[in-house]
Design a protein around this ligand. Structure first.
Ligand code: 6GU
Length: 224
């Protein structure tokens, strides 16, 4: 999968992809991430990409021209399956959306800043709008990093058996069960006996039961 990202803060999008599983995905050639500085398509020599909003009010709006030119230039190089605008008023990201997006070949992400982007870009170029939750970030970059991470780890071949996505929280609409590692007794806090029993069938039943219980308590809205 190839991901192109349009941003005015490319620096924010470096380190999230340079470690661990995202690094491995890229090293294996399964994920290609290209970050593009929107100022490359600025309207003047000062690098302007935003302007005051019509109707008045505080806060700048990202202008049509730099965004349209950037999107058109990038779209000329490849066909995007989705052009996604990261915005708090988009559809809330969940595991099902991540699963669906992980099947795409090319996606373009647009990171908004200030008051957001001119509505006409949303109407004429954007195919999907995504939020990562009901709270406000100062820009779309951290949301884009979250989106790419959640998609990237689902690409076939990225995770191995030990990190398999099959056992993630949400993969079957259930939260993950609790996990423990050595020692068996830490300050008198014991690992549940069942996990030390060696009875794999019983252990699986216990884990499933824990998942159901957690989901019921913490996500009463979703059904397992
Ligand atoms: Cl995608 N962008 C911003 N600026 N804030 C957010 C968000 C996105 N998702 C949740 N909050």
């Amino acid at each position: 999968m190839r991901v192109d990202i349009l941003t005015v803060l490319p620096e924010l999008l470096k380190s999230p992809f340079e470690h661990s599983i995202m690094k491995r995905a890229q090293d294996k050639g399964l994920l290609e991430i290209n970050v593009h500085h929107l100022r490359k398509w600025a309207v003047n020599e000062y690098g302007q990409v935003d302007d005051y909003q019509y109707g008045g009010g505080a806060g700048m709006v990202m202008m049509c021209e730099p965004l349209a030119k950037a999107i058109e230039e990038l779209s000329g190089q490849r066909k995007y399956d989705e052009i996604i605008y990261l915005t708090p008023d988009g559809e809330t990201l969940n595991q099902k959306m991540a699963n669906t997006l992980s099947l795409k070949e090319n996606i373009l992400l647009i990171c908004g800043h200030y008051k957001g982007i001119d509505e006409r870009i949303r109407q004429h170029f954007v195919s999907k709008e995504i939020s990562i939750g009901d709270y406000v970030l100062s820009g779309g970059e951290l949301a884009a990093a979250v989106l790419v991470d959640t998609i990237g780890r689902l690409l076939p071949g990225v995770l191995n058996d030990e990190t398999s996505a099959l056992f993630d929280s949400f993969q079957d609409n259930l939260l993950a069960p609790p996990v423990y590692t050595r020692p068996e007794d830490f300050r008198g806090w014991k690992v549940p006996d069942i996990l030390l029993s060696g009875d794999h069938k019983k252990i699986e039943e216990w884990r499933h039961e824990q998942s159901l219980q957690r989901t019921k308590e913490r996500r009463p809205g979703i059904s397992g």
